[in-house]
Design a protein. Sequence first.
Length: 600
Amino acid sequence: MSHVLAAVAWPYANGPRHIGHVSGFGVPSDVFSRYMRMAGHDVLMVSGTDEHGTPIQVQADADGVTPRELADRYNRVIVEDLHGLGLSYDLFTRTTTRNHYAVVQELFEGLHRNGYIVARTTLGAISPSTGRTLPDRYIEGTCPICGYEGARGDQCDNCGNQLDPEQLINPRSRINGETPQFVETEHFFLDLPAFAEAIGGWLDQRENWRPNVLKFSRNLLDDLQPRAITRDLEWGVPIPLDGWRDRADKRIYVWFDAVIGYLSASIEWARRTGDPDAWRQWWSSDAQGKDALGYYFMGKDNIVFHSVIWPALLLGYSGAGDKAGEPGELGKLNLPTEVVSSEYLTMEGKKFSSSRRVVIYVRDFLERYDADALRYFIAAAGPESNDTDFTWAEFVRRNNDELVAGWGNLVNRSISMAAKNFGEIPAAGSFTPEDLAVLEVAKAGFDTVGELIAKHRQKAAIGEAMRVVAEANKYLSEQAPWKLKSEEEKARQGTVLHVALQVVSDANTLLTPFLPHSAQKVFELLGGEGVHAPMPRIEEVEDLDGGPGYPVLTGDYTVGARWESVPLVAGTSLSAPKPVFRKLDPSVIDEELARLGEGS
Ligand SMILES: [Zn+2]
């Protein structure tokens, strides 16, 4: 059994999240974590909201609130959304905690001490009217390479070249249109080239990664440049060096602080359990040796941060880049075992866009539909290894044809028949080859489905689980227990229903990582008591170091079903079931399509 870190991408707290966001990292990481726990591993699933950076500062200005107030608002919205989806975080926190600041500064100091952070003078843009720094992406102008007029200060979307803002012809602020001023400013850079060899060697040893992720990561190593890790900005983590610490206008760059969140959240989790060193079992080779595994879940636009930059920070802090060095007080830190990146979800053929209202927010979705219906769609038809389109017609079809008519129908007809004819789980007599065959299909599912989830092939995994469901439906149709009415057929009817219910129970366990809410219901319909699929809870906590309080997601996931077939006990009483899933009226398709584009 291993210590398994599930490190889940940090949603940015500048607005509510839509289903494209949660399909890429949220649901897949929860399916994986739930399965690994059921299989007996010690899982630590952490994340939080990413709350620094210019977009939050800019939006807070526009809304007339402080960045902290804006982050507070959307942190809470996102916590509630993820709770509604049943995502089983051990800790979902945020980047504005004092604990996070301290861990970020500790990494910064360690990297600086080991020589991997260097100061450089660069040209920075400021807004003449406010005196504030204008970040690269808020500057627009004509591309000096291809002549495209809408190029941004960091890159040209037309020719794809990376740019510096001072290269733009006729540069202007995207906030108010004025011409920026360029002035000299000093910043710290992470010496990424010093890690090229170590990261290359590490990538060469990676096995089982999705090939596109590995190829993309290797290509990044060909052209590694030092990367700025501080910004002219007031909103962020202060730079922990003498002469910098108290400057209000210089902060650590948001990408540098956010990626450290995996570590700071693990440390916060440990501090909250009362064993402040407990996090080391998931992070430190010294403490735990080879059984600590780290899986990172994200959308493909974030691969670079997880397969190159985060490993560079971990190597540099541990003293393991070209310049060597000594580990800091947190010790040597493990590199990721696997970077699990998903592709993009689109909506009715278009990119999700809040401004154009091509969007459905998680909250709105959960007000109208069940969480498991969305979880099912994401697992069965999500962007696991290809860009994938969400359409309302396909969502309704999968819900009605697969969840309701396939799985829901099997649950409903087997339990209601047993309840009506026996009032309890009937005893089994001797088994026919057909009985044994369907029982075997269900048992074999534990190996096949489990292995597929462990390899991040969730689409195939849920397909295998639903194949068990289909076999069970076929078995019921062929055995037709409703026809076994006479006194001498009663025992056979009981055996058939016992077998069917046993397969329902097994299929329910196989589906539990994907459909935890309905799995709990099916478990109870079969007479089960207590927790089958543990759920997260929202807890209001104090900041551990005296900052303002905030809501976290956490839970006790040590309870619940194991990844195994549990023999049903004959005589357990059953009552007539309520439907587990809701059939959707096809009219919702037109209603939802009418909502798209509204208000634009
Ligand atoms: Zn261009």
